[in-house]
Design a protein around this ligand. Structure first.
Ligand code: KG4
Ligand code: ZN
Length: 357
């Protein structure tokens, strides 16, 4: 085996290490989840996350090397998430990577976590540039025209909460578990879509920007009215609220995707359009089928990498490191915020609470 890159990811609540080859083979991708540590708080607690990363990064890397059947002697390149994310976790990863690179005399690449997500379709499907990327996770929501490993144009994004964050808060408001997305999706299965007509924020405005915090407020109000009237919520209420909420998110994402595809077609005329998705929210069947329908209508290919590579992992960081190898040697600065498209105007409030990417 040659041309191996060790990737390290610790920007939120997954401690991850992976060994990926230049030939796109994933030899190992190990993820130590922290969800159980944060569950009772209903969200990621930065200090707990940072400590867990510091405690387990070495074990995680050792496990990845072991699973790949290699040692550090076989590694040619080290890549690490240098931001955006919870700074304690990012620092743990960066310091670990720097120590390995220095001790072994290996080149080291600092990777933007969002670039890791955005370049994943090239790892999984060998996708050519350019393509349109929709990143929908617990901390981020944006459309990116991806034209090269360092060439991203943001076409729009959330101006407040990310959809995953809205799912998590909805679950918390309704007494469901964490992470909230899958719980809300299950509860929504038996719901009546006609009972609650939640707002579709920013659909009345042109462009691809989105907003999800008003939706959460509308849900809270509907819940409070029910609790005041009946003294609590019945299972039917929870199901109907979840269905209404999910339908609103799905419709907003579908309509904004329609617009993003049109804008992308104008930027890259002649190329066969592809919409690639990443992030945990892309696992949602209702949201996914809405996106698929929009792609079919626009004649675009819909590409969703396998879920374990759509959500946070280190294989995507290793791959981005391979694509960005020419940047090795650039001093690495751990950054809590790091927009991919530095030229785009900052999104109002985006990432305020969203350390997850
Ligand atoms: O990409 P991810 O694993 O982590 C980052 O945010 O980086 O995404 C996690 C988010 C959580 O907010 C979770 O509630 C949401 O994705 N999620 C879902 C579903 N599965 C995970 N949201 C809606 N429906 C789902 N099935
Ligand atoms: Zn992420």
């Amino acid at each position: 085996m040659s041309g191996l890159c060790l990737g390290i990811e610790s920007s939120c609540d997954e401690t991850a290490a992976a060994i990926v080859g230049r030939d796109r083979t994933i030899h190992a991708s190990v993820i130590f989840e922290q969800a159980a540590l944060h569950a009772r708080f209903g969200g990621v607690v930065p200090e707990i996350a940072a400590r867990a990363h510091a405690e387990r990064l070495d074990l995680c890397i050792a496990r990845a090397l072991d699973e790949a059947g290699v040692t550090l002697d076989d590694i040619e390149l080290v890549a690490v998430t240098a931001g955006p994310g919870l700074i304690g976790g990012v620092l743990s990863g960066v310091m670990t990577a720097q120590a390995i690179a220095a001790a072994r005399g290996l080149p080291l690449v600092g990777v933007n976590h969002l670039a890791g997500h955005a370049l994943t379709p090239r790892l999984t499907d060998g996708l050519d540039f350019p393509y349109l990327m929709l990143l929908v996770s617990g901390g981020h929501c944006q459309f990116l025209a991806v034209r090269g490993p360092q060439d991203f144009t943001r076409l729009g994004g959330t101006i407040d909460d990310a959809p995953g964050e809205a799912f998590d808060k909805t679950a918390k408001l309704l007494g469901l578990g964490y992470p909230g997305g899958p719980e809300v999706e299950v509860a929504a299965r038996d719901g009546d879509p006609a009972r609650f007509d939640f707002p579709r924020p920013l659909l009345d405005r042109p462009g691809c920007d989105m907003s999800f915090s008003g939706l959460k407020t509308a849900l809270r109000r509907a819940r409070d009215q029910l609790v005041a009237a009946q003294g609590g919520l019945y299972a039917r209420d929870v199901a109907d609220l979840c269905t209404g909420f999910q339908a609103a998110v799905a419709e907003v994402l579908a309509e904004k995707t329609r617009r993003a595809l049109a804008a992308f077609a104008g930027m890259a005329p002649g190329s066969a359009p592809v919409l690639a998705v990443a992030g945990g929210v892309a696992a949602n069947a209702a949201i996914r089928s809405g996106l698929e329908a929009v792609c079919a209508e626009a004649g675009a290919r819909f590409l969703a990498p396998p879920l374990r590579l759509c959500t946070d992992n280190a294989a995507m960081i290793a791959w981005a490191g391979i694509e960005l190898e020419h940047t090795a040697g650039t001093p690495i600065v751990a950054r809590p915020r790091w927009p991919l498209d530095e030229a785009a105007a900052p999104l109002l409030g985006a990432g305020k609470k969203g350390a997850k990417a």
